[in-house]
Design a protein around this ligand. Structure first.
Ligand code: ADP
Length: 217
């Protein structure tokens, strides 16, 4: 089994890109953000614990996240695509240990590079499908729905993520600068790391990344 990573700042387009790549290359997409939001929605024991972090933009602790991820990887037969993980050096090191212990391999690692002013604008305009089985991601300027406020795919109402506020975005960018940057540095020295311009249109980013995946999948 191989593990592919999509790295990038908050609202850099990791989730949208992962949804497109997952379909084209038949990978299992694992978004730690989605898993954590689901657990909050379902008010599980983990959900109650992580609710504040996911709303205010601070990180959930490594042992909770690593526990969720490695349980999810057990028994997975297909190649896996992560978005939003690893996000700390501890998570990256734990993933490396897990892969070598299991004889799994690290595939392509893509970092979506997007200027901060673009990110802020995207956060304010982002809407997501409220149906947890769908989770389609829209943008009120870049990727509009046909009917305003309604998901094109499943017709459920759209909603705004609780951490897509100006205050939570600031916290997420602070976390990105301090905790996530070393993760990018860690992967940037690996031969399978690629920097991609994430400020282009979604289809352009997808095409650029698809041709990179073509070498691997
Ligand atoms: P974004 O990258 O746009 O901030 P995500 O959906 O990846 O959005 O993450 C949303 C929130 O979920 C984060 O702000 C954090 O609270 C939590 N989270 C997601 N992934 C991780 C992770 N790998 N480690 C710690 N917390 C995480």
């Amino acid at each position: 089994m191989r593990v592919f990573l999509i790295l990038g700042a908050p609202a850099s387009g990791k989730g949208s890109l992962a949804q497109m790549v997952e379909k084209k290359f038949a990978l299992t997409h694992i978004s730690t953000g989605d898993i954590l939001r689901d657990s909050v929605f379902k008010e599980t024991e983990i959900g109650l614990r992580v609710k504040d972090c996911t709303a205010n933009g601070t990180l959930v602790d490594d042992s909770t996240v690593n526990g969720i991820v490695f349980a999810r990887l057990q028994g997975e037969a297909r190649d896996v695509l992560f978005d939003g993980f690893p996000r700390t050096l501890n998570q990256a090191i734990a993933l490396d240990s897990f892969l070598s212990e299991k004889g799994f391999h690290l595939g392509l690692v893509v970092n979506l590079d997007v200027p901060t002013c673009v990110l802020e604008n995207r956060v304010v305009n982002r809407r997501i499908c409220s149906n947890v089985e769908c989770r389609a991601i829209y943008n009120m300027t870049r990727r509009k729905t046909v009917v305003e406020g309604v998901c094109d795919l499943c017709m459920s109402p759209l909603k705004q993520r609780p951490d897509d506020t100006a205050q939570a975005f600031k916290t997420r960018m602070d976390v990105f600068a301090t905790v996530y940057r070393p993760v990018l540095e860690y992967y940037s020295s690996k031969p399978n790391f690629r920097q991609v311009d994430g400020s282009a249109l979604p289809d352009e980013v997808f095409n650029a990344v698809s041709s990179l995946y073509g070498e691997y999948v």
